[in-house]
Design a protein around this ligand. Structure first.
Ligand SMILES: [Zn+2]
Length: 321
């Protein structure tokens, strides 16, 4: 009885909406079929920060996480309402206007990434920026998705006037011919790419150490493990403080909840876990705003303790800054 009544209501609804469904094919305004420019601003004291989206890449799930059973990974993806048949890796860089300087934290994929990435320059310009006005670029580490925006595939330098600032530990590792010769085959293309991107400017790169403030308001934080010189950045102004976590986690939907899971890109998995827990603990204890390079846009929020792990609480979208 109930079923047939539901069926009757269902049929009535279909009948009621049928004319609209049919007519939508003739809409004067065709579907847009694409997303709006993706940039998002927030302030840290007097620093104006703009998150710039560079699209997304997908990776096969197989072998992506080295120390968790496949079913646990799929369950975690399902719990985050992400596709469970692949790994979703978004890209978001930060632009910091300190008042004195326009500074990039990493540069995105340039035109060397996945076809679903490479939206950085469009979004950067949509946010009102001009590459010619960039004063300094601080690089977290030397993986292609963070440095390829510096130089296009044809060799064109994208920010020729900007001071290029890199972690000294990262430089020492990737620019070492001995390290390259000793590296496993799978890592050699990354050594070659580092030379392609930085080579022409190798003589005028500025090295930075950890726990220093190479640009007023931006302090470098030691965060090794993902790569030998991997660096996070503290943004501070007055009493306000936030942390750009870089690749302290891959997609936080998985690795903030499960800080002991190791992504295939973590070069020293144990050290990466130690770093991850240290920085997540600090962010949770101090209630710091955090940004992750590989979080869903706008890739910023807060960290709360949650059982054995943590959870990322996305920041509520603010209509003004
Ligand atoms: Zn990355």
């Amino acid at each position: 009885m109930t079923l047939s009544r539901r069926t009757a209501i269902g049929s009535a609804l279909v009948a009621a909406f049928a004319p609209y469904v049919t007519r939508s094919a003739d809409a004067a305004q065709p579907p847009a079929g694409q997303q709006a420019p993706a940039f998002y601003r927030f302030k840290v004291g007097s620093l104006e920060v703009t998150a710039i989206n560079d699209g997304v890449a997908y990776r096969p799930l197989d072998g992506f996480i080295k120390n968790a059973p496949d079913q646990d990974v799929k369950n975690a993806l399902a719990a985050a309402f992400l596709p469970t048949d692949k790994m979703t890796i978004p890209f978001t860089t930060l632009v910091v206007n300190t008042g004195a300087k326009l500074v990039l934290l990493d540069t995105g994929n340039g035109n060397s990434g996945a076809p679903t990435s490479g939206t950085w320059m469009t979004n950067f310009k949509a946010a009102g920026f001009d590459p010619a006005n960039v004063d300094a670029i601080m690089i977290s580490h030397f993986h292609g998705d963070h440095i390829n925006g510096l130089r296009l595939k044809d060799g064109t330098e994208v920010f020729p006037k900007a001071e290029l600032m890199v972690p000294s530990v990262e430089w020492a590792y990737w620019m070492s011919d001995e390290k390259m010769a000793a590296a496993p085959e799978g890592l050699k293309p990354n050594f070659a790419n580092v030379r392609r991107v930085f080579g022409p400017r190798a003589k005028d790169v500025t090295m930075f150490e950890w726990d220093k403030e190479p640009v007023t308001g931006i302090t470098t934080i030691s965060a090794p493990g993902h790569t030998p010189g991997h660096t996070a950045f503290a943004l501070a102004s007055g009493n306000a403080k936030a942390i750009a976590m870089s690749d302290t986690t891959n997609n936080p939907a998985l690795f903030v909840r499960n800080p002991e899971w190791s992504a295939v890109f973590d070069m020293d998995a144990a050290q990466a876990v130690t770093t991850r827990k240290r920085l997540l603990d600090m962010a949770a204890a101090d209630k710091l705003q955090v940004s992750f390079y590989h979080a869903a846009f706008p890739a910023t929020g807060f960290i709360a303790k949650d059982g054995a792990g943590f959870q990322m609480v996305p920041m509520s979208w603010q209509p003004s800054i």
